[in-house]
Ligand binder design. Structure first.
Ligand SMILES: Nc1nc2c(c(=O)[nH]1)N[C@H]1C(S)=C(S)[C@@H](COP(=O)(O)O)O[C@H]1N2
Ligand SMILES: [Mo]
Length: 162
């Protein structure tokens, strides 16, 4: 009986470790360098911590990689290149559960806004809980966290052309 419980706990532990470590995020579309970021790649990137308020109105510290840095690494037209026809590009972020959210590029660019949208991996110094991670977009200053998409699997940049 004791061993069954131990085996059960070990299985859960192993599962959550595998879940967090096997996650990858693809970055494709209007990029010069398509990316397939592993959890290790993301762990190696520069992190920032932002304050943001969750659905219950509680303030938390979220730590992660600025989405702008990921787009920069993929060669998306950010900064000085974000002008002209590039102003009609958007970023679509996708989750394993089919949920998708959209950002315009200027919303993510430090040349346009001081708000830093991040791909968070931690809340208040802890890994995100299973089911809400391992990577989740956090948008500081947004009244509703509807764009805080969890279980992020892909990011695509496209032209919003009619
Ligand atoms: N992948 C995914 N992310 C999601 C959602 C979802 O259905 N799937 N719901 C969004 C909505 S509408 C809200 S209000 C918040 C809720 O986050 P919480 O459950 O951590 O409070 O998550 C957002 N992120
Ligand atoms: Mo929501």
């Amino acid at each position: 009986m004791k061993y069954t419980l131990l085996l059960f706990l070990a299985t859960i532990l192993l599962h959550s470790r595998t879940w967090a470590q096997s996650a990858t995020i693809s970055v494709t579309g209007e990029v010069t360098h398509p990316l397939q970021l592993s959890a290790a790649d993301i762990a190696a990137m520069k992190k920032v911590t932002v304050q943001a308020t969750d659905r219950d109105g509680k303030a938390h510290s979220y730590t992660g990689v600025p989405v702008a840095d990921i787009l920069q690494q993929a060669g998306v037209t950010m900064g000085a290149q974000l002008r002209g026809e590039n102003m009609s590009k958007y970023l679509l972020v996708k989750s394993g559960d089919g949920y998708e959210v959209l950002f315009s590029l200027p919303e993510l660019d430090a040349a346009f806004t001081d708000r830093v949208v991040i791909l968070a991996s931690q809340v208040d110094g802890q890994s995100l809980p299973e089911g809400k991670g391992p990577f989740r977009i956090v948008v500081p200053g947004e009244k509703k966290p509807a764009r805080w998409i969890w279980e992020v699997t892909a990011m695509t940049v496209r032209f919003a052309k009619e």
